[in-house]
Write a protein that binds this ligand. Sequence first.
Ligand SMILES: NC(=O)c1ccc[n+]([C@@H]2O[C@H](COP(=O)([O-])OP(=O)(O)OC[C@H]3O[C@@H](n4cnc5c(N)ncnc54)[C@H](OP(=O)(O)O)[C@@H]3O)[C@@H](O)[C@H]2O)c1
Length: 279
Amino acid sequence: MPSTTRTNNGVEIPQAGFGVYQIPASRTAETVRTALEAGYRHIDTAQAYGNEAEVGTAIVRSGVPREDVFITTKLNPQRHGYVSTGQELEASLQKLQTSYVDLYLLHWPTPGRDRYLESWRACEDLLAGGKVRSIGVSNLTVADLEWLAGRSETVPAVNQVEIHPSFQQDELRQYHDAHGILTEAWGPIAWGESLKDPTLQVLAEQYGRTPAQLILRWHLQLGNIPLCKSVTPSRIRENLAIFDFRIDAEDMERIATLDGDPKGAPSRTLSAGLPRWQP
Ligand SMILES: NC(=O)c1ccc[n+]([C@@H]2O[C@H](COP(=O)([O-])OP(=O)(O)OC[C@H]3O[C@@H](n4cnc5c(N)ncnc54)[C@H](OP(=O)(O)O)[C@@H]3O)[C@@H](O)[C@H]2O)c1
C-alpha cells in the first residue's frame, strides 16, 4: 500500500498519485476503478482534463469511503478571479460528487491576465470555509514562488511540476524543502520516454524491477509525490508496486547524473515557454 506524507497544514496525502490527464472521459470511470482496485488512494484531475464527472462516478461506485480517497482538482487559468474561483470549485465539486476536495491547485500561472492573486485569496477563503482541505500551485518556478511569498502569508501545500530523470529540478525541490512545500511530480516517467534510458534499464534489471518502477521509486526516495498516468491495467498495478524495495545511495547518485542528459526526454515545461511575472 502507498505510504503517506503530510502537507504543511497537516493533511495526510498518499505518496503515489494516479493522474488522469489525457484519459478520454469515455474511459475514465473504468480506468479510475482499476486504479482504486489496485490500491491507489490519490487521484489527480483538473477542470481542463474534462473528466472530473467520470472520476467522481468511479469513486462513488467503487465503495471506497470518500474520506479514504485523496482527490485533487485544479482551476483552469482562464477562470482566474476571486468570484469565479469559488464558482468553478462549486462546479468541480458537483462533477466530482463530493462536498470537498483534498487539494485545490491553481493549474498554471498566467501573469498576462494578472488575476492569480485574486484566485489565491479565494483559495485561502475556500480553505478556511472547509471546501478544500489544502491549497497549492502548479508549474511555478522559484522566482514565481518568491513572488507569491511576497504577497501572501499562506505557503502553498504543494507545487506540482514536471520532474523526471532528465529534468530533475534540484533547485526548485530544495526551495520546496526549505519552505515546507511538497513536490508533486507530473510526467514522472517522461510519458514513457525515460523508460528507454540504458542506465535506468540496467539499474532496473539489477533491482529486479521494471524501469517504470525504478523511476517511480527514485521519486519517492527524493521525497516527490509522483503522479503517473496509465490506462493499461497491468501498468497501473506495476506502477504501484514500488513500496517494497529501496535504491541504494550509490545508485541514487548515478540517477542524479542523468539530469539534463541531452539524450534524455526534453522538458515539456521549457518548450511550453510560459510567460513569467516580472520580479
Ligand atoms: N499540473 C500540470 O500542469 C500537469 C501537466 C501534465 C500532467 N499532469 C499530471 O501528471 C499526470 C502524469 O503525467 P503524464 O501523463 O504527462 O506523464 P507520465 O505519467 O510520465 O506518462 C504517461 C504515459 O506513460 C505510459 N506508461 C505509464 N506507466 C507505464 C509503464 N509502467 N510502462 C510503460 N509505459 C507506461 C502511459 O501509457 P498508457 O496510458 O498507454 O498505459 C502514458 O502514455 C497526469 O495524468 C496529470 O494528472 C499535470
